[in-house]
Design a protein around this ligand. Structure first.
Ligand code: AMP
Length: 190
């Protein structure tokens, strides 16, 4: 079972993925976290940090090997939840290809839909508790802009597929989680 979460920064992808991963017993793969883990003194670490700190997407040829290495771990054999990937249409096509090569497919694409003002409010609140370097007002604006320009087309890529669902992310976390569960249907047992 492979489930993709798509939503702008602050939509609640991380929160909902953590909860659903525990519920389903499959790993939660956040490309943001995988990339943050590469931050060190190496050339790759510095390159990735530059993109994260500027609120820009890291290049596909950096992200894809990191993600596919993680996906090939044994704990993903029964599926996983993807948080923050794909973030552009090229990544969506690569993911389809990666899964097709293994006789797998996406079971569900969940779009967590939240309005801009609410996103900014949540991210500024998070800035106070999590000390993420990219949760400053300027970088938040950049990340929202990147979402609309580069990631929103991914929604169009998936929209006509029967496993695409829009979730009202303006609700409380419990309500969002219930709405997600209501769409699992057969996915929970496949
Ligand atoms: P996130 O934790 O999902 O908000 O991601 C934090 C940052 O990591 C993003 O602003 C990007 O710089 C980078 N990032 C995360 N996922 C991707 C991805 N799929 N492709 C490119 N960059 C990514």
């Amino acid at each position: 079972m492979v489930i993709v979460f798509i939503g702008p920064p602050g939509a609640g992808k991380g929160t909902q993925c953590r909860r659903l991963a525990a519920h389903l017993g499959v790993p939660h793969l956040s490309t943001g976290e995988l990339l943050r883990d590469t931050r060190d003194d190496s050339d790759l670490g510095r390159l990735v940090a530059g993109y994260i700190d500027a609120g820009r997407l890291a290049p596909d040829d950096v992200v894809l090997p990191i993600l596919t290495k993680r996906l090939s771990n044994e704990d993903c054999a029964n599926g996983c939840l993807l948080d923050g990937f794909p973030r552009n249409v090229n990544q969506a096509e690569m993911l389809d290809q990666y899964l097709a090569d293994r006789g797998q497919r996406l079971d569900l694409v969940l779009h967590l839909d939240v309005g801009r003002q609410e996103l900014i409010k949540r991210l500024l609140r998070r800035a106070k508790t999590e000390q993420r370097v990219d949760d400053t007002e300027d970088v938040i604006a950049k990340r929202l802009d990147v979402f609309h320009r580069q990631t929103a087309p991914v929604l169009d890529y998936y929209r006509d597929q029967d496993h695409f669902v829009v979730i009202n992310g303006m609700q409380s976390p419990d309500e969002v989680f219930s709405e997600i569960l209501s769409h699992l249907g057969g996915s929970e047992t496949s």
